[in-house]
Design a binder for this molecule. Sequence first.
Ligand code: AMP
Length: 479
Amino acid sequence: MKIYSTMSREKEDLKSLFKDKIKLFVCGPTVYDNAHIGHGRTYISFDTIKRYLEFKGYSVFYLQNITDIDDKIINRAKERDVDSKLLAKKFEKRFIEDMAELNVKSVNYFARATDHIDEIIDQIQRLIDKGFAYVTETGVYFEVAKKGDFGKLANRNIDELETHRINVDSSKKSPNDFALWKNREAPEYAGEPVWPSPWGAGRPGWHIEDTAITEKYFGPQYDIHGGGLDLIFPHHDAEIAQMEAVSGKEPLVQYWMHTGFLNVNGEKMSKSLGNFITIRDLLEKYSGETFRLFVLATHYRSPIDFSEVSLHQAEKNVARIKNFVEVIDEKIAPKLTGDYAYLADLSDSEVREELLKFDYNETDYATLKEYTTDFFESMDDDFSTPKAIAAVFSFIKQFNKDDEDLAIEDLLAIKHWFADISQILGIDFLAKEESASGNDEELLNIIADVRSKLRAEKQYDLSDEIRDKLVELGIEVSD
Ligand code: AMP
């Protein structure tokens, strides 16, 4: 399969470094606020990428850091007069909960920056020893000029370094040099979290946490590094410089994958611009499945414009696919006789196991063969989920047109494909539409009680009006 790497700016054949194992690292969130749906977009994309790689037979270890020490966290904690560690813990917990709501559960290990201070200090010391970093009274800095190919990922040279992200500090040899360790002993930093180090009490810079973490769990080289487009420069170029300088090995990773932004009116959704919708707020209105299909309807490298219209469309599309699976179930049910009768007695999960026996690659049903091929060719082409999803809808359309009386084996093969699609996209199309919750049922009982009292009092008009409104909502009412 092909995978686009930002480094070569080409689609390359995927080759894992070690047999069928893939080491995947994706930059995690800075936990100072609720995650917004732009974060959701990036993490749904990488979750789906991991799911597909696993589907292809790779064993993927997905590592993600949590930036739980940073200026933004410290400033937010000061504003709210709370402990910065507690603030970071709270939003880390919320982040993981939000991800679970989006069915993003594929990260194998979350590595907090503050749990890796020893590794960070050790890596900085090796950079100093090798002559790539120097110490000043304000901290330790990476000397960008010492790494001749700095900026190779973004294709920028040192002069283009965005110095706005870097504090102007006269102790540095060059304004481009970035902090590995920030000394925080001066009185103006009193109360901020610090760790002891050979260069004074302080805290790590942002870029070094990732390479210290990936070196610990993956070693000096690994397969895939991901993140949003905004992280290419200087963050990912800084990571390359640090790790390649410390290990003397190139390249740091085989493939650099970057997600496009979720935009609002053409602008990146971000906390700092204030144009964001939190995942929690979105989930009040739409399901996690709807948001996943909304995200996956666009290629992971392309921008997505946030719109309610597209979300509504995604909601309808989830329902369309689920309804189709129900149609298939209805066609299967009367054919569960003879050799297949046993399937009728199995639980849903047991049926899913059994479906594996019905290979859609071996089917005689040409339409199924055509569109499954389309689906997987699209996924193999740099995870083109929009084309893959389009193949699903084209299949449904053609299936309806064909209007054939298919053999049970073909119907089960279709269901097998939809089980695989569900697994890959992280949307369970085989699950029935959610039934009324306990609360909804209680509410309906109350309404039924009110209606019978109205009828007992011969207030038929009002009782009928309530019934008609319930029917409009799709709720069946029998008197
Ligand atoms: P942050 O917490 O801001 O460091 O972001 C965590 C991850 O989410 C990074 O990979 C960002 O690139 C990504 N991200 C942030 N905002 C957006 C957005 N509007 N669209 C897509 N990805 C985003």
